[in-house]
Design a protein. Sequence first.
Length: 139
Amino acid sequence: MDNEKKFGNEMFGYDKKEVEDYIKSLKAEYESKLEAERSDSNRVANELTILKKKLERYEVDYVQKQEKVANALITAEDQAKRIVEASREEALQEKDRIEHLIEMEKEKLLDIKKDVLDLKEKTVKMLEKYSSQMDNLLD
């Protein structure tokens, strides 16, 4: 509406009927605009409520996923520790087994050396015996 409304004059000022009609039309126009604004405001408030609910669901989903990831990492870390510990234990057992085999082989080697020395000694004695017998035969 035009803010520069011209009213007709009467004896003691402006025409009351025109002023009242104008005020009524202004009031109706502003109420109409106010209602439209309220409607828009309600629509925006409803959209905001819907968005807030969606956001809350997303937050809950995010927290749940975060907890799942954290639990998965903890589980993976625990499994890795168990695997490392089991491997370490297995390696120590294998080391002990190999060291035991080495000791057994060393003992076998010592026995073989002893047998070789005994055989060498017997061979020398036998050669000496045959040598002496040969000497006796030649004499």
